[in-house]
Design a protein around this ligand. Structure first.
Ligand code: SF4
Ligand code: SF4
Length: 214
């Protein structure tokens, strides 16, 4: 069992396992830090790609992602500061600038990590300063029980890791930049791929991009 050490987050003293990534130590102590790509089960190899979990660490010159910050005794962290808030707001605005926002008919409505981040940080879901670029990609409902709407994908990669863990590895990232998308090999619809329909990808998706169909 890991050694428990004392740390301070937002002036609150807590204990956490030494070496655990700070993101999970904070969440376990009811301190919310926005995050999308982090996966508790693979916390030692977080891709740190969503750039939303920044925190200020005493003694460090710049904010760091909490998902890659190992807990050490005496660590002092603040989850909010003008710099952190600015980074999170900018990252969130960029995500929402190519997100198809239609919460009312979205399967994730009410259980969506984007909605949670917006509420926690008082950010607008609807992009304010950046033009919204809808990629207008086709929605894939070819696999029984699963709907994939790439227009709502935030490229967190959690479905890819879940699919790999299921032993199937049907999903992967493809293309680059604005075109980047989660897809099957050869961009085949899920129903024409080796997808087994286990639904682990939909379970892992923090937004409404991959969802289970009743
Ligand atoms: S993924 Fe979340 S923010 Fe996007 S439309 Fe669905 S509920 Fe709304
Ligand atoms: S489909 Fe969902 S889980 Fe997969 S990368 Fe997109 S947002 Fe993340």
């Amino acid at each position: 069992m890991s050694n428990q050490v004392s740390i301070t987050i937002d002036d609150k003293k807590i204990t956490a396992p030494e070496g655990q990534m700070l993101l999970w130590a904070a969440l376990d102590n009811d301190i919310y830090i926005p995050h999308l790509c982090g996966d508790r089960e693979e916390q030692d190899s977080s891709p740190a790609s969503c750039r939303l979990c920044f925190v200020e660490v005493e003694g460090r010159p710049a904010p760091v992602p909490a998902c890659t910050l190992p807990v050490t005794g005496g660590l002092v962290v603040n989850t909010r500061s003008p710099r952190v808030d600015g980074l999170v707001a900018a990252g969130f605005a960029l995500l929402m600038s190519n997100h198809r926002l239609e919460c009312r008919k979205c399967p994730a409505n009410g259980n969506c990590e984007l909605q949670r981040i917006a509420k926690a940080r008082r950010l607008k879901l609807k992009s304010q300063n950046l033009p919204v670029l809808d990629r207008n990609l086709p929605v894939d409902d070819s696999a029984p029980g699963i709907i994939y709407d790439p227009n709502k994908c935030v490229l967190c990669g959690r479905c890819i890791r879940a699919c790999r863990k299921s032993g199937n590895a049907v999903l992967g990232f493809t293309l680059r930049g604005f075109e980047r998308v989660v897809a099957t090999f050869d961009h085949r619809p899920l129903g024409e791929s080796y997808c087994l329909g286990c639904g682990d990808c939909a379970e892992a998706c923090p937004v409404g991009a991959l969802s289970k169909q009743e």
